[in-house]
Design a protein around this ligand. Sequence first.
Ligand SMILES: NC(=O)c1ccc[n+]([C@@H]2O[C@H](COP(=O)([O-])OP(=O)(O)OC[C@H]3O[C@@H](n4cnc5c(N)ncnc54)[C@H](O)[C@@H]3O)[C@@H](O)[C@H]2O)c1
Length: 382
Amino acid sequence: MAKKILNIGMVGYGFMGRTHSNAFLQAGRYFDLQYQPVLKAVCARNAARAEAFAANWGYESIETDWRKLVDRKDIDLIDIASPNDTHAEIAIAAAKAGKIVMCEKPLGRTAAEAATMVGAVESAKVANMVWYNYRRVPAVMLLKQLLDEGRLGRIFHYRAKFLQDWTISQDLPQGGEGLWRLDAAVAGSGVTGDLLAHNIDTALWLNGPIRELTAMTETFIKQRKHNLTGKVEPVGIDDASAFLCRFQNGSLATFEATRYARGHKALNTLEINGEHGSAIWDLHDLHRIQWFDHRDEGRLRGWRSIHVSDGDQPYMKHWWVPGLQIGYEHTFIHQVADFLEALAAGKAAAPTFRDGLATDHVTDAVLKSAKSRQWEKVPEVI
Ligand SMILES: NC(=O)c1ccc[n+]([C@@H]2O[C@H](COP(=O)([O-])OP(=O)(O)OC[C@H]3O[C@@H](n4cnc5c(N)ncnc54)[C@H](O)[C@@H]3O)[C@@H](O)[C@H]2O)c1
């Protein structure tokens, strides 16, 4: 059967521009999809660099203004892989133009911003998705299946961390290319929106809604030179963020993210403790889940290390032979494949913008609680 062409308009050629371009190119080679993504245009403000990116990845054309990209009749899907301050404006314009919209995380810099984006895609009735890619690590997807089957029983605890160490130097400037994450006006927040948002999205998906939380944040380095003004300016982002919370299912949880954990580059971990067992996942060993089942025969009871690479485990039949690994980039390929399968079936693919809003409500509550020093309720997203 002839494939349906889906013309992609990509905004941004940075880190995520590369992972997404790769995913659109690869998905149809490994998954049997009705839609064929075509890299139609990439948009970034620097024409020469956009041209070079287009040549490398096979984009047919470039734009230097995202508005022109959104206006183009030959674009079906706008993919937003640019910094956080651009997400809302581009997504809303794209939805109004009737385009499918995929957007990087966090959806908005605040829940209020994210809510306007949800309103735009839902009133335009366009398919939408947020790139919370860690859901699509095969081991994490297996964990989701095991939890949905009730194998851990009642859940008591959830524990998540995302640790990095790249902003410890006082000399690191804030703002501009490569360092927009340190500029609160662009990023919205620091590690809360950048790192914890990943942990939160995975947690909401695995363990259900968070009802209330109490948080603390810290900005260890209070002033940095701003790359755009050349002046030393106050730092508005949180360098570290931690919170305690209660899920709707009654479980208690701790979450921590920082860019000041010397030695850690991207230690994204989660642990769940239930009535019948426990599970642990760690991005640095992304193919494995550590699994403990208390119902095992007593003499043999212990932690199992499950290498998720077999054909009957999530996604793996699309790849190599059992035992061989895949990596980070494959999570984006899985996300494109799932999105296009859902699109062909006329269904929504999670995480939708509405799911992204739920995470933004939690990150808002974290920042609010850190300021108020009070427990804060997390608004429900229905
Ligand atoms: N899912 C993940 O794991 C993950 C990982 C990294 C980043 N992200 C998210 O992806 C987004 C981009 O992050 P990144 O690391 O790729 O950033 P980056 O700095 O590597 O790239 C950003 C790109 O956006 C372009 N850009 C900036 N302003 C623009 C504008 N007005 N119009 C067009 N292009 C513009 C830049 O030229 C650059 O190409 C952010 O929202 C970030 O939070 C998600």
